[in-house]
Design a protein around this ligand. Structure first.
Ligand code: 5GP
Ligand code: MN
Length: 349
C-alpha cells in the first residue's frame, strides 16, 4: 500500500474541470457511483444523494460500495440498492465494465477502493472525481473537482447539482443523504471547514423540508450496549498520553475487538475522545484489523496529520483528520509511533 502515484500533481492539466462535464448530464447513461472502502456518512451520503439526483435526471444508476459499511447508515434512502463489491463481485464487475460514466466520490487515490482499484483502472469509460482530500490522483480521472477547502463531499455534490443548473431537482430524499455527510464530516458543524456556505446549504435543505434531528439520532444514538462498554474499556486500558508532545495514543488489539463483538462502524468517533483532553493537539488510534493495522489521526490547529500519515503510515487525508495503514504488527506500529513523534516535539508544543 503506497500513497505515491509516481506522478507529480497533474490536476490542472489532466483532469478537466467539472463544469465541462455538465452538458453530458443531459444524455441518458449507464452510471456507476462509488466511494472509498468502508464508506462513512460522507461517502455513503454523497453517493446516495448523487444517485437520487441522477435517477431523477433519467439515468440508469447503481451505487457500488467497495466493502460493507456501518449499520448506523442502513436507514439511508436507497441504501438497500447499493451493491457491495465484496459480496456481489460478479454483478459489481459487470456494472463497472458496462458503465458509460463512473463517479468516484470522497476519495483521492484509487487504492482507497481496495479491491476495486484494478477494475476501476481497467475501465476505459469517463470517470469523474468529486472529492475534498489532499493530493488527488488526478491523472486517473477525465473530469473532476478536488477542493480541500470543502467541508464534505456532500457539500460538493450539492454544489454539483445547483451549479449544473438542476437545483430544482433537490428534494427531501436528496437532502437527507447530503445532510448526513455534511453533519458527520464537520463533527456536527464544529470543524473549521464549516463555512457560511455550509450553513447556507443546510438552510436550503431545511427549506426543502429536511428534518435534521432524526438524522443525528439515526447516526449517533443507534449503537448497541457492547459498543459503549468497549469505549469504556479502551479509555481505561488502551490510552497513553504523552504530555511532552501534547499527544494521545490509543491502540486496540484483535482480542479487544472480539471480546466486545465490535463491528464495522463501532470504532468510528473513538479517536475524537483523545482530543478532548485539555492541551492535547494530536490524537492517534491504531486498530489491529483483519489483514492490516489501520491508523486514524486527528489534530487541532496547524499540526498537519495528512503529512504525518503520508510520511510514516502510508496514508493521507486532511490537515486535521487523516488515516493510514500498515502490515507490520500492532506492537511494531505502536513502537514506531512512539519513535517518530519525537521529531515533532517542537511542532506539537
Ligand atoms: P478515518 O480516521 O475517519 O478513517 O479517516 C480520516 C480521513 O482520512 C478521512 O477523510 C479518510 O477518507 C482519510 N483516510 C483514512 N485512511 C486513509 C488512507 O489509508 N489513505 C488516505 N489517503 N486517506 C485515508
Ligand atoms: Mn469526506
Amino acid at each position: 500500500m503506497t500513497e505515491q502515484t509516481g506522478y507529480p500533481n497533474f490536476a490542472a492539466i489532466t483532469m478537466k474541470a467539472i463544469d465541462q462535464f455538465y452538458p453530458q448530464l443531459q444524455t441518458p447513461s449507464r452510471i456507476v457511483v462509488t466511494m472509498h472502502q468502508k464508506p462513512d456518512g460522507d461517502a455513503m451520503g454523497s453517493a446516495l444523494g448523487l444517485y437520487h439526483f441522477l435517477v431523477a435526471l433519467g439515468h440508469e444508476v447503481t451505487v457500488v460500495s467497495p466493502t460493507n459499511w456501518a449499520s448506523f447508515l442502513d436507514w439511508m434512502p436507497g441504501i438497500d440498492m447499493v451493491v457491495d463489491f465484496e459480496q456481489q463481485k460478479e454483478k459489481a464487475l459487470g456494472l463497472i465494465q458496462s458503465a458509460h460514466l463512473i463517479f468516484c466520490l470522497d476519495f483521492n487515490v484509487l487504492h482507497r477502493t481496495k479491491n476495486m482499484e484494478a477494475p476501476l483502472l481497467a475501465a476505459t469509460c469517463t470517470k469523474i472525481l468529486i472529492d475534498h482530500h489532499e493530493q488527488p490522483q488526478a491523472e486517473a480521472f477525465s473530469y473532476g473537482i478536488s477542493d480541500t477547502s470543502k467541508s464534505s463531499t456532500c457539500e460538493m455534490v450539492y454544489d454539483f447539482i445547483v451549479q449544473s443548473g438542476n437545483g430544482d431537482i433537490l428534494n427531501t430524499t436528496i437532502a437527507q443523504c447530503l445532510y448526513t455527510g455534511v453533519m458527520t464530516d464537520t463533527g456536527s458543524f464544529r470543524f473549521p471547514a464549516t463555512t457560511a456556505s455550509v450553513h447556507r446549504m443546510v438552510a436550503h435543505l431545511k427549506e426543502l423540508g429536511l428534518k435534521h434531528t432524526i438524522i443525528h439520532e439515526n447516526i449517533y444514538d443507534n449503537f448497541l450496549e457492547n459498543r459503549l462498554r468497549f469505549i469504556g474499556f479502551a479509555l481505561m486500558n488502551r490510552l497513553e498520553v504523552f504530555y511532552e508532545y501534547n499527544t494521545a495514543l490509543m491502540y486496540i488489539t484483535k482480542a479487544d475487538l472480539q471480546r466486545y463483538n465490535i463491528k464495522t462502524g463501532d470504532t468510528e468517533g473513538l479517536v475524537n475522545y483523545l482530543l478532548t483532553i485539555q492541551g492535547i493537539r494530536f490524537g492517534a488510534l491504531v486498530i489491529d484489523r483483519e489483514g492490516e493495522r489501520k491508523w486514524s489521526f486527528r489534530s487541532k490547529g496547524a499540526f498537519d496529520v495528512n503529512q504525518f500519515a503520508r510520511k510514516h503510515f502510508n496514508g493521507g487525508g486532511h490537515v486535521n483528520a487523516a488515516g493510514g495503514g500498515s502490515y507490520d504488527s500492532l506492537d511494531a506500529n505502536v513502537n514506531q509511533f512512539k519513535q517518530v513523534i519525537k521529531a515533532y516535539q517542537n511542532q506539537l508544543q
